[in-house]
Design a protein around this ligand. Sequence first.
Ligand SMILES: [Zn+2]
Ligand SMILES: [Zn+2]
Length: 317
Amino acid sequence: MNAIVFDQKLRFVTDYADPVPGEGEVLVAVRLAGICATDLEITRGYMGFRGVPGHEFVGTVIKGPRAWRDKRVVAEINCVCGQCDMCLRGLSSHCRHRSVVGIQGRDGAFADMLVVPERNLHEVPEAVSDEQAVFIEPLAAAYQVIRQCPIERRMRVAVIGSGRLGLLVAQVIKTCGCQLQVIGRNPLTLEFCEKKGIQGTPVSELVPRGDRDVVVECSGSPEGFDLAVRLLRPRGTLVLKSTYAGDAPLNLAPVVVNEILVLGSRCGPFPEAIQALARREVDVESMISRRLPLSKGVEAFELAADSRNIKVLLKPG
Ligand SMILES: [Zn+2]
Ligand SMILES: [Zn+2]
C-alpha cells in the first residue's frame, strides 16, 4: 500500500506491507488524516518513532466484526492492555503497556490503511463531515483541559500559543463563558481568534499582571512556561499541554512561591468532541489551510511547519 514512512528521513513509498488486524483489531481504510505538531516532532526524533506516523484521522472499517463493517469511524490513539493496574483503575490512557497510533510502537494513519483495536473505535455521526472528523482527536485533547480544570464564568483565563492546539483549546474554553485571552506570535491565527470573538493578543504587546486564574500553555516552547507563571495569580492553575523536547531549563521557583498548581494534560474524551462538532459549537473547518494527496505527504509536512498554514490534511487514494 501507499504510506508515508519515517525512518531517519520522511518519504513516500508505494510498497509498504498491508497491515493485518490481530485479535480484537479492525482494518480501517483512511479517508482523511491531519498533520499536527506531534508529527512534526516525530520527524525531529520525538519518541524515537520509526514507521508510519499519523494519529488524527477518519476512515472506514473494511475488515472486522460485522457490526463495524463499512462504518465511518475515528479511533482513540492509546492502545491498551486492559489488565495492568492503570487499566483496572479506569486510567487506561496511562496503560503501562500501551502503544500509541502513529507515535509509539504502532503504525499510524498516513497510509491507505491502518489497524486499530476495536475497543478504540467511535462511529462518526452523519452530521459530522470527514473534514470535521479529522479534528476529533485533537479536539478531545482540548476538552481534556476543562475536564481536568473546570472553568467557571467568573474566571479570567489565558491560552498561550495560537497554533493548531491553542485554537482548539481556546474555542472549547470559550464555551464556558469566562473572560478569555489568547496570546501568540502569529498574526494570522490571532486574527482567527478575533473572528471567533476571542481576544487575541500578540505576545510582544502583553504586560503580565499576575491576575489570571487559569493559564493553558499550548505554545510548545519553554518561554511559554515562564510567561504562564508570570500571568497567573498566586494559587492559580497552570494546565500544561506542551511537551518540551529535550532538557529545557525551567525556572520552578515562582511555582513554589506563588503556590501554583501545575496540571499535565494529554488525551481527552472523544464523545464530547464528536458532540461539539455535530452541534457546530466549535469551528474546525476554517482552520484547514491545505489538502494534499498522500503521495505529496513529504511536501505536506513542510507546509504544516510553515506558520502561514494552520491545518494541513492528507488524503489517500
Ligand atoms: Zn495530534
Ligand atoms: Zn494496561
